[in-house]
Ligand binder design. Structure first.
Ligand SMILES: [Ca+2]
Ligand SMILES: [Ca+2]
Ligand SMILES: [Ca+2]
Length: 168
């Protein structure tokens, strides 16, 4: 991955994840995504999906902090994030997948356009940027997971072939 490309990625990720805008990623930011998501999906934290989401985000934070937070202060700054950017995509995948499963609040395996938009808002991705081309037709959970990962990893259509998410 070339350096400029990496820096753009890191900036986009930081922007998406840094919900309180203090310039660093902390567990609070991750919790905020979960809280927003559950609210948007009409789920309570004690629901099955809520618990699964929490478990996934805790693992994500542990993996990302373990790889990136080199000074162990509980905050991942831009430099730390850049150094560990390679480990971010595999770490984030299960969490995004859990978010998509939670977004399917009635568990029928499909996300309506509205559910999908709620998911994008919870993730902090730009829903007005044309990244959602699916309109309002329902998406399968698998399609939504793939799409959410792409939207999250790359707000702009930019060398999509650089990003492969393995098992899809
Ligand atoms: Ca923050
Ligand atoms: Ca740190
Ligand atoms: Ca559904």
């Amino acid at each position: 991955m070339d350096r400029e490309f990496l820096q753009r990625k890191v900036s986009a990720w930081l922007e998406s994840l840094d919900h309180d805008g203090d310039g660093v990623i902390t567990q609070t930011d991750i919790d905020t995504v979960d809280d927003r998501a559950l609210k948007a999906f009409g789920l309570v934290a004690t629901s099955t999906q809520g618990k699964a989401l929490k478990a996934a985000s805790e693992k994500f934070w542990k993996d990302v902090a373990g790889a990136a937070d080199t000074d162990r202060d509980g905050r991942i700054n831009r430099e730390e994030f850049s150094q560990a950017a390679d480990s971010f995509t595999p770490a984030v995948q299960p969490w995004i997948e859990a978010l998509v499963v939670a977004a399917d609040s009635d568990g029928d395996g499909q996300l309506t356009g509205e559910e999908y938009k709620a998911l994008m808002v919870a993730l902090g991705t730009n829903v007005d940027g044309g990244s959602i081309s699916t309109g309002l037709s329902p998406l399968s959970v698998e399609e939504a997971q793939r799409s959410a990962l792409e939207a999250f990893a790359d707000n702009q259509p930019y060398s999509p072939a650089t990003w492969t998410f393995g098992k899809f």
